[in-house]
Design a protein around this ligand. Structure first.
Ligand SMILES: *Cc1c(COP(=O)(O)O)cnc(C)c1O
Length: 473
């Protein structure tokens, strides 16, 4: 037979969709699958086979046309189609606010509140006392003001949106003065100069990368200046011969020339971490009490809540922002409010916040507790009695992360894994493909897991994954 004849014979043997569908309905696994999904998967499997035969990439063996092989493929297709793409992962990277892994985990209180609100109607925009339309922001505004010491507050989709909205409202077509040392890029696509350009504000950079003085700001002020902007250098730091103008000094300058001052705090924290032996980060309360007109920060970085951009500050500029039609485009939904309200309310007692908000708990976790988890995991792995697997305890550092806080690092304990005849690269790949995926890192040909960001109940998941890896090898 010529190649063409073989192909044609295979195509003739290809069963009809209806025929496969009948067979699938008899299959114990597939019989409960909804008809729409089954039809779709049967079609795609048969169609794939047809294109494979025509393309003849891998010399299709006749066995691939058998009912049992087809049914296997249909089962895989159904399973793939029905399983979500967004799935939980185990964060073994030690980066607490890991943007790629969903930033902050929510506290139980926030999750419970979201569940309570999600499946029911709510008073999201309804004033129960007056029996008429109310403000969407009412549920959190007072609490944010109370915690931050601000006159007003607003919540939008994220901090990038908050910065954009602040600039668009206050400084469109006006000059915004910012230090050259603060023209930062955060993560993939947030660059202060680009955001500014999009908002219609005109960038007026002053000073140098390492040193900017008050006189630099002052001599740049012109008739069309609309705002003095300060941006927290979230993800880098300048060391050595440096000078920076404090927010308070900028506020004084702003008062002298009746110019508003805005600060993008980036991560933003309500807690002074220096109390917990960590590096001092400016708190939101400090920025507000410095007299800034507008302060913006993220909801899901060090605050430990849902994705959101929180804008706090003085009444007048916040009123202006609230009236900006773009605010509607950046508004947050009821689930965000539910999670944010519950998270924020824990901050009324700092001890409770530290103990209950996962991001804060992980950041302040005592080294002994991390060490204990490392020992537990080591014991579980030793229990596998696999001579090929060996581990070492490593004293490394965890990072706060979130494109935030370069120096906010904390000592931690990691477990470095080596498996005879399996490269660290292969271990990493296998763990990434595990269900749930376990995301660690590679260093010196070791697969490294930082116990700071691994939860107690994830230790057995890791053990099972290693057992499966070794079984397969
Ligand atoms: C992270 C960050 C942003 C962006 O915040 P999102 O909440 O991710 O939109 C903006 N500015 C600074 C300084 C940041 O650190």
């Amino acid at each position: 037979m010529t190649e063409k004849e073989i192909k044609q014979s295979l195509l003739r043997q290809l069963p009809a969709v209806d025929q496969v569908l009948e067979a699938a309905k008899q299959d114990p696994f597939l019989k409960d699958t909804s008809r729409a999904i089954l039809v779709r998967c049967v079609r795609s499997v048969v169609e794939k086979l047809r294109t494979d035969i025509i393309a003849d990439k891998k010399k299709i063996p006749a066995s691939r046309l058998s009912h049992s092989s087809l049914l296997e493929n249909i089962k895989t297709a159904v399973t793939d189609l029905l399983s979500p793409n967004l799935i939980r992962t185990v964060n073994a990277t030690g980066i607490i606010v890991h943007t790629n892994l969903g930033r902050s985990m929510l506290c139980t209180e926030a999750i419970d509140h979201m569940i309570a609100i999600a499946g029911r109607y709510s008073n999201l925009e309804y004033d129960l006392a007056l029996g008429k339309r109310g403000s969407r922001y009412a549920c959190v505004e007072d609490m944010i003001c109370e915690l931050c010491g601000s006159q007003a507050a607003l919540v939008v989709n994220n901090n990038a949106g908050a910065v954009f909205l602040g600039l668009e409202t206050i400084a469109k077509n006006k000059k915004v003065i910012i230090s050259r040392g603060e023209l930062v890029e955060i993560g993939g696509s947030f660059r202060i100069p680009d955001v500014m350009a999009k908002s219609g504000a005109i960038l007026k950079e002053v000073g140098t990368t390492n040193r900017t003085h008050l006189s630099d700001y002052e001599s740049a002020i012109e008739a069309d200046t609309g705002l003095l902007l300060k941006v927290h250098k979230s993800n880098y730091a300048i060391e050595g011969f440096t000078a920076e103008v404090s927010l308070r000094m900028l506020v004084e300058l702003g008062e002298k020339y009746t110019l508003p001052v805005m600060e993008d705090l980036g991560s933003g924290t309500l807690i002074d971490f220096s109390k917990y032996g960590l590096l001092k980060e400016p708190t939101v309360q400090e920025s507000v009490s410095s007299g800034a007109d507008i302060v913006t920060f993220s909801g899901d970085k060090l605050l430990g809540g849902p994705q959101a951009g929180i804008i706090v500050g003085k009444k007048d500029p916040l009123e202006q922002i609230k009236k900006n039609p773009l605010t509607r485009a950046l508004r947050v939904d009821k689930l965000t409010f539910a999670a944010l309200e519950s998270t924020l309310s824990l901050y009324r007692d700092e001890k409770i916040a530290i103990a209950s908000i996962p991001t804060l708990r992980m950041l302040t976790l005592p080294l002994e507790m991390i060490e204990n988890k490392a020992k537990q995991l080591a014991e579980l792995l030793a229990g596998l009695k696999e001579p090929k697997l060996s581990y070492t305890f490593l004293q490394l550092t965890s990072r706060a992360g979130g494109g935030a806080l370069p120096y906010l690092t904390v000592p931690t304990v990691c477990l470095g894994i080596k498996i005879h005849k399996i490269s660290a690269n292969s271990i990493e790949k296998f763990m990434r493909g595990n269900s749930p995926p376990i995301i660690g890192r590679l260093e010196n040909d070791l697969f490294i897991m930082d116990l700071r960001t691994i939860l107690e109940d994830e230790l057995s998941i890791i053990k099972t994954a290693f057992a499966n890896l070794l079984n397969k090898a």
